[in-house]
Design a protein around this ligand. Structure first.
Ligand SMILES: C[S@@+](CC[C@H](N)C(=O)[O-])C[C@H]1O[C@@H](n2cnc3c(N)ncnc32)[C@H](O)[C@@H]1O
Length: 207
């Protein structure tokens, strides 16, 4: 009997279409910064990896949810996806030139976010880049509409996810997070309609 992966299918059909343009921009950034080996941490349905694959960028997806991993593998059999915890991955230190973390910080408890950052630091090669996509507090009239929409969608994501997201925004959203982790921003794109930012960042050598 064919096993229909309801959770991943719903995510792919309901949410992914609205995230497509942001993910396209992430792939453009990865190309621009000459990313040779990209790891998408918390890769979900694998859509970001598929977009990178189309640009012939070598990509690996990692997610802890087996349903997401098997869905991603089904959709893109040529791209490797592993099922692992982003806070303690089985990957080699210094082996990745670019790490993408897309909508995968706000939903986590603070301790896991910190573990993911430590793991990211361990995995990145010298001069490695990190591309983060996540929510910001509203900064303009249009972004306040985006914020309201995000609030409604997040409310449907379950209590733990929702309240972690509220705490993430209270601590300053993506901008606050970058500051907390001493990340230097190289380039950013702000999306008012989703109250979100895409940031290309790095750790300076002495940090
Ligand atoms: C909101 S989704 C974002 C998915 C994707 N990055 C995107 O942009 O659509 C968060 C993802 O984090 C994954 N996740 C949650 N905890 C994790 C962990 N400890 N390690 C790896 N993945 C995790 C979930 O399974 C889910 O696919």
């Amino acid at each position: 009997m064919k096993n229909i992966n309801l959770y991943a299918t719903v995510y792919d059909h309901l949410l992914e279409p609205s995230l497509k343009s942001l993910k396209r921009r992430v792939a453009d950034f990865a190309k621009k910064y000459h990313s040779s080996a990209v790891l998408d941490l918390c890769s979900g349905t694998g859509m970001q990896c598929r977009m990178l694959g189309k640009k012939r960028i070598q990509t690996l997806g990692l997610d802890m949810d087996e349903r997401m991993v098997s869905y991603a593998r089904q959709k893109a059999p040529d791209i490797p996806f592993i099922c692992a915890d982003a806070g303690i991955s089985p990957l080699k230190s210094g082996s990745i030139s670019t790490i993408i973390i897309s909508f995968a910080l706000h939903d986590k408890p603070q301790a896991l976010r910190t573990a993911i950052m430590l793991e990211t630091k361990r995995l990145l090669s010298e001069n490695g880049k990190i591309i983060i996509v996540d929510f910001e507090n509203a900064w303009s009239k249009k972004s306040r509409w985006g914020y309201r929409l995000v609030y409604l969608i997040e409310r449907m994501a379950g209590n733990e996810h929702f309240w972690n997201g509220r705490r993430f925004l209270k601590a300053g959203g993506l901008t606050g997070f970058l500051k907390e982790h001493n990340l230097t921003v190289i380039e950013r794109y702000d999306s008012e309609k989703s109250c979100t930012a895409i940031v290309v960042a790095e750790w300076k050598n002495d940090e």
